[in-house]
Every structure is written in structure tokens, then in C-alpha cells.
Design a protein around this ligand. Structure first.
Ligand code: NAP
Length: 272
């Protein structure tokens, strides 16, 4: 029951109406018997919204598109990996002191580590936006090597320079070899579920293939990769594990992973 002691958590972004974070975190709070609630705020003014966290004693917040970079400027402290990545997706309010974290890289790395050892392995990332950046810094941090492929050369070169790795256009994938391929663009997302940037015949059976897109849970890329004999990782895993890391930062308790995963799975299944 919501009462005068209920702790408030939220997501701030625009758009947020399709965010799966409220169902995931509210399921976790309920399961753990915490008197906490998580709501979605459609935010244009991130500076004002962050001041609101202080003023209203909101305990924690998720930050999403388009505010992950700008939010950094309005916090009291930013954890070193988030600083390196240049983006926060999580804020914790510690007695009025706002600290920023990035759990996107944590979620991606945990998903990868379930199927592949990262140190010494080579990873191709397709994309050079926020998700690619977080995953790229995570892989470097864990001792993997990288190649960046992207549609726009300028953005791709920029990320490759920051990660000190090579950049190539996307169709170079035909000639490149890697232990894993990570797709980090929105291509293939609902409703364009038959779209993919990588023709099936370019996928090599011994590769791990991860897609950051989680709706649909099995994208065209992952279907093709499965048919080619690749080990596949859905964006759903990354989404759940980044939420798990947020829950643990906010509450100091172990997150109920299965409960959070089921909440998202059921919502996506209902959405069809
Ligand atoms: P972003 O910062 O806007 O970057 C988008 C990237 O996708 C850019 O590299 C862009 O290339 C590329 N791109 C977009 N449309 C393309 C197209 N038609 N063909 C080729 N490349 C295209 O977005 P983001 O924050 O990185 O998010 C990317 C995806 O990751 C979204 O679908 C988001 O929902 C998902 N995501 C998932 C999780 C999770 O937990 N599973 C977490 C974060 C994000 P250019 O540079 O050429 O424009």
C-alpha cells in the first residue's frame, strides 16, 4: 500500500510511455516487501527534474533518452565508469547528495559473461550511439578488444578514437573476424521486425551474437544467427541486468532477478 512513508523512485526521459522499467522495478519492490514505488516522468527540462529529486527527496532515478549525457552536469558526483562513458542512466540520492552511475555497461557485460570470457577476445560492435559507447567501454574495461562499425563515418570514427580501436563501414563485416558481434542500433525494433543490417550469410556459426534491441525479444538478427548456429543473447538480458544493478545500488539488497525478468517478459508478451 502507498502511504506517507513510501519511497519514490522514477524514470526521467522523453518518450517514457513505453518504458518497461516501472513494471520491472515495481515487481521487484513488491517481491522484496519494500514500501517503495517507481513511476515514469516525461521530462524535457532535465536540470529542473534533477533539482526536483533533491527538493522532493526522491530516493533514486533512472535517466533515459535524451538526457543521459546532459544529466552528468547537474549531479554532485559521477562514478568513474559513467564519467568515462560520458553518460549516466542511474541516480542515487544519498542524503541530498546526488551520485550518477551507468548500469548499461554492467547489464551488457553480465549478459555477455554468461556465454563468453571477455579477456583477450575480440568483439565487433555495430553502432556508435549511447548503447554502443557503454558496451564498448565495458568490454575494454574487462580486457576485450574491439572493432567499431557504424553507418555514419564521423560518429563511428569518434567512438573508435575514444576506445582506441579500428573503425570500418558496416559492410566490412564480411571480411572481419571476431568472437562476438554486438548489434547496438535500433534496426529491427518493433514495428520493423523484419529489418536487419547483417544478411544471414555474413554471420559465422562460431560467433556469439548479441542484440541490444529487446522488442521483439527475438529479433530478425537473432533468428538468423540461431539458424547459422551462433550463440545468441537477447537485449532483454541486458535490460534486466542493468535494472538489477540499479535496484542493488538503490536498495543495497540483492535483486530478485527472476521476478524482474518475468515482469518484463510478461509485459512484452502481452504487447504481442
Ligand atoms: P543512439 O545514441 O541514438 O544511437 C543510434 C545508433 O544506431 C547510431 O550508431 C546510429 O548510426 C545507428 N542507427 C540508427 N538507425 C540506423 C539505421 N537505419 N541504419 C544503420 N544504423 C542506424 O541510440 P542508443 O541509445 O545507442 O540506442 C540504440 C538501441 O539500443 C535502441 O534500440 C535502444 O532501445 C537500445 N538499448 C537497449 C538497452 C538494453 O538494455 N537492452 C539499453 C540501451 C539502449 P548513425 O551514427 O549513423 O546515426
Amino acid at each position: 500500500m502507498i502511504n506517507s512513508k513510501t519511497r519514490l523512485y522514477c524514470i526521467m526521459g522523453n518518450p517514457v510511455e513505453h518504458s518497461l522499467s516501472p513494471v520491472m522495478h515495481n515487481a521487484a519492490f513488491k517481491h522484496c516487501g519494500l514500501n517503495s514505488v517507481y513511476v515514469a516522468f516525461e521530462v524535457d527540462d532535465i536540470r529542473g527534474a534533477i533539482e526536483g529529486i533533491r527538493a522532493l527527496h526522491i530516493y533514486g532515478a533512472s535517466v533515459t533518452i535524451p538526457h543521459k549525457t546532459e544529466a552528468i552536469r547537474h549531479l554532485d558526483e559521477v562514478e568513474p565508469m559513467a564519467q568515462k562513458i560520458g553518460a549516466v542512466n542511474t541516480i542515487i540520492n544519498q542524503n541530498g547528495r546526488l551520485i550518477g552511475h551507468n548500469t548499461d555497461w554492467v547489464g551488457a557485460i553480465r549478459s555477455l559473461e554468461e556465454v563468453i570470457d571477455i579477456p583477450g577476445r575480440h568483439f565487433i560492435i555495430i553502432g556508435a550511439g549511447g548503447a554502443a559507447r557503454a558496451i564498448g567501454f565495458g568490454i575494454r574495461h574487462k580486457g576485450g578488444t574491439l572493432t567499431i562499425l557504424n553507418r555514419s563515418e564521423k560518429r563511428g570514427q569518434g567512438l573508435a578514437r575514444d576506445l582506441e580501436c579500428p573503425f570500418y563501414p558496416i559492410d566490412s563485416i564480411k571480411e572481419l573476424d571476431a568472437h562476438a558481434l554486438i548489434h547496438a542500433t535500433p534496426v529491427g525494433m518493433y514495428p520493423h521486425i523484419n529489418h536487419t543490417l547483417i544478411p544471414k550469410e555474413w554471420l559465422k556459426g562460431e560467433m556469439v551474437v548479441m542484440d541490444v534491441v529487446y522488442n521483439p525479444m527475438e529479433t530478425r538478427l537473432l533468428k538468423d544467427a540461431k539458424q547459422r548456429g551462433c550463440t545468441v543473447i537477447s537485449g532483454l538480458k541486458m535490460l534486466v541486468y542493468q535494472g538489477v544493478a540499479q535496484f542493488e545500488i538503490w536498495t543495497g539488497k540483492q535483486a530478485p532477478i527472476k521476478v524482474m525478468e518475468r515482469a518484463i517478459y510478461e509485459t512484452l508478451t502481452l504487447l504481442g
